[in-house]
Design a protein around this ligand. Sequence first.
Ligand code: ADP
Ligand code: ZN
Length: 436
Amino acid sequence: METEFWQRDIELMSRADLEAFQLGCLKKTLKLAAHSPFYSNILTESVIDSIRTLDDIRRLPLVDKQTLRDNFPYGFLAKPMTEIVRLHSSSGTTGTPTVVFHTQHDLDLWANMTARSAFMAGARPDDVFQNIMGYGLFTGGLGFHYGMEKLGALVIPSAAGNSKRQIWFMQTFGTTVCHILPSYSMRLLSFFPECGIRPKDLKLRIFFIGAEPHSDALRRQIEEAFGVQAFNSYGLSEMCGPGLAFECRERNNGMHLWEDQYLMEIIDPATGEVLPDGEEGELVLTSLQREAMPLIRYRTHDLTRIIPEPCPCGRTHRRIARFKGRSDDMLIINGVNIFPQQIEKAVMSVPEIGAHYIIEVSKENLLDRIHVKVEVNPNSFSGSLDQMDGIRRKVIDALKTELGVNPRVDLVAPNSLPEQEGKAKRVFDLREKDYL
Ligand code: ADP
Ligand code: ZN
């Protein structure tokens, strides 16, 4: 089947043309950013003149969430207030949320980017799209809402929560495409028996899952349970939100990052040095077309690598690999670096386990100790202590093989871990003094 494109001219642009386009946009962005209080001292005329190639950007300073907080609220604003039409904020996963401003032009570009991403994954104007994401300051709701309207789908702004009503919408309106948090997908699943229907009886065919780190194992579980194809979606509020990088129909664990809108670099998080394509490090992004709040060399703290090989779908925008996690999520357990997603991968490899788990880290006799609490899959849950102990052993073995550590594991009943609003919080580090 021939691939279809939303914007053929942009998606298939030759690398040389794309890079020339990026350079033109970068220069405009630098000139515009110089109007903001933060960049006015940094981006002087001579500095801007010295940026002649894309690589020259490496001479400019890196910024991160803390820089945004230090210049809160208007320090990065590059356009007059008369042109600013909306603000969004990050979820606050790692501290005080950051605020991002948009002009109408920024919002239009963003809608185009989400429409392009959705089209790439196979959504079409005859789809019924249910947006099961928090509306409001969180970018997951409105970001996709306008993109899907632009694409021409019927949009149900069902927002987050109220699981039985979500299922009613799906059934009543024949929802075909959903935008949903991976952790919430599995929570939603547990409400189907009460509603007397099975997900596979519905018309669902595509899920956009993202906004939080998740493993391929969880994606497969979601696909199997709902009878859909699930596409990984990456975005962050500082760069608009969802739609920034998305999986194409090849679904090869790589997401095309829209390089006409963003310039990407991968750096060594410890030294800030730029790494060659293919090496794993922290993703750093520069917005190329945003007006209200252009950001240059923004450290996402998200760990991935660029996949330099061309994608069979033909798009020239390079892919980034599934995220390993956030650099600030990494747990150091008795000197060994562990990412929560490695724990998820091991836990999900045991078929009798459900999708919910939490990880507690504590200190015992001066040693770090991991304690994983996992819900048992409702189909495998029984009163038999022997059977439960067998499952527990399997989880311990899987964790030992994946991580080389010996954690304490407790199995808990299906749906007994506390339900969470919004992005899942999986890690509770009890070693931190200010832990609440
Ligand atoms: P916060 O940084 O407070 O969570 P955002 O709502 O802007 O605020 O969320 C963006 C962050 O969410 C990203 O920087 C990344 O850590 C995470 N994220 C978003 N999409 C994905 C994805 N598909 N895979 C892994 N992590 C993701
Ligand atoms: Zn592709």
